[in-house]
Design a protein around this ligand. Structure first.
Ligand code: MG
Length: 301
């Protein structure tokens, strides 16, 4: 399934599903069917198998033709980030070519890390599809992009083995791990990567069963139409089960947490000469089988 969060103009957020490219309003459909469906995606994820099963049953009862009264025109809706995660755990230096460019440009070292490099971004950094990425020239002149596969946790994970890790994954989305390269402080990434709007997220959460496992997905990022990053998630240094096992060895993962699994090469800091985002730029992060997350950069001084 492909699940989305959206609103009608001036209305509260609603839950939706993409069916054959059409956006079905699950909030309206569940009301008509008198089905007690969680009314936002985070609640649905936290409802576990019940939430997914109920949604599947709701959609499977109807043909696309009979769903048509609840199909929303893309022009009439406002897309939102799927939800605000409980925790956003970022993984640094998880693609080999990015380790090399980062070592060169950002002084992070040329060696492959022996264990995943972990950091966090606050939920307040989340912003939705089409929403602006803030460029505050008082704080940064090195605003950078990182297209990443987002893993959405669906089941509590505490000391989970790699073999069991997939059972804890709800699905996948896209995160653009925006960074102010000049705000890393004493090696810490929190202020550099944690500022408001530095985690564009969406446009959809694709459930785990809808993507071949393990997901080997092309990912790419464009700035103003020009390709900056292009790789495949199979090139992660530490694959998803290893990340879940490593994180959950010491930090419990809960439904609605998100792991941003790291960026491939091609970040602005690694280019020669370096290139950074400016107000007026348009950033498009694309991952196969998920979609494209598009955000404009705006002056927010
Ligand atoms: Mg990153």
């Amino acid at each position: 399934m492909r699940l989305v969060t959206f609103s009608l103009p001036d209305g509260p957020p609603r839950l939706g599903a993409e069916v054959d490219g059409h956006l079905v309003d699950l909030t309206a459909l569940s009301a008509e069917e008198n089905v007690n469906l969680p009314q936002d995606l985070l609640s649905l994820i936290r409802a576990g198998d019940f939430g997914l099963h109920t949604t599947q049953v709701l959609l499977s009862r109807r043909t696309l033709e009979s769903l048509r009264p609840h199909v929303r025109d893309r022009d009439e809706i406002v897309p939102h980030a799927p939800f605000r995660p409980g925790k956003i755990i970022g993984v640094g230096l998880n693609y080999v070519e990015h380790i090399a460019e980062s070592g060169r440009a950002l002084g992070t070292g040329e060696e492959r890390p022996p264990r995943p490099v972990l950091f966090s971004k606050p939920g307040t950094a989340i912003t939705g599809p089409g929403d602006p990425i803030h460029h505050n020239g008082d704080l940064t002149s090195q605003l950078d992009w990182e297209c990443e596969l987002a893993v959405v946790i669906g089941r509590t994970a505490r000391r989970v083995s790699e073999a069991d890790a997939w059972e804890h994954v709800f699905g996948f989305s896209i995160i653009n791990d925006i960074s102010a390269r000049d705000q890393r402080r004493s090696g810490q990434w929190f202020f550099s990567k944690g500022q408001d709007t530095y985690a564009p997220f969406g446009p959809v959460v694709v459930t785990r069963d809808a993507v071949p496992c393990p997901p080997e997905l092309d990912l790419s990022l464009r700035v103003n139409g020009e390709v900056k990053q292009k790789s495949n998630t199979r090139h992660m240094l530490f694959p998803i089960p290893r990340l879940i096992a490593d994180i959950s060895s010491g930090v419990m993962l809960e439904p609605g947490d998100v792991i941003a699994t790291g960026s491939p090469a091609g970040v602005g800091a690694g280019l020669n000469p370096p290139q950074f985002l400016r107000p007026g730029d348009l950033v498009e992060a694309t991952i196969e089988s998920i979609g494209t997350l598009t955000n404009p950069v705006v002056d927010a001084r």
